[in-house]
Design a protein around this ligand. Sequence first.
Ligand SMILES: [Zn+2]
Length: 234
Amino acid sequence: MQPMPEDWERAVAVVAHPDDLEYGVASAVARWTSQGKQVSYLLATRGEAGIDGMDPAEAGPLRVDEEQRSAAVVGVTEVHFLDHQDGLVEYGVALRRDLAAALRRLNPQVIIGQSFDLTWGEEGPVNHSDHRAVGLATLDACRDAANRWVFPDAGPPCTGIRDVYVAGTGTPTHFVDVTGTIDRGVASLREHRAYIEGLGREFDPDEFLKNMAGYVGLGAGCEYAVGFRRYPMG
Ligand SMILES: [Zn+2]
């Protein structure tokens, strides 16, 4: 793994649900915002179907609120929701269009995406279909956003996106040293109080995130790291 380049100013992190970014990426976001970079969050859904014991009408607004507070902990003030239906996000033109329109407005140089692998690791559990849909559509929407003839009514093209860095893959190419910011990443995950309580089991964000980042850190040569797979946009 190589250190992820930090010669950029604006990134957009794109995921399906509130809490997806807080399972690791937020520690890297804290590092970037402390360097003065601008990071925006773009979520396909409000996560309204994510708490078993809570009706979606109640869970949706609550999870939006939790996500905004999570984002603020790591220096992110812009959180956008595309309002696709949680649990039923479809890979397709509608999703690509919404993502491309948002990317054109935000005009980033770097995109942080989520894994669209079928499973977590080689023999791990199946990755959520919303993650697979949004992760793959994010890659395609970067190209769509740059092409003025694709979605011509969705704003002027943005041609500055250089790379997509996908988190949570089994085959990372780059890492971010988060030794100095992992505690802010943990605090960011802790803001998802209703979600964590709704899991119905013991869950320690500090232990979970430090185990994962410690493992990646072993390969990166630092105490704690987050891994990403780079997809150059050409
Ligand atoms: Zn998710």
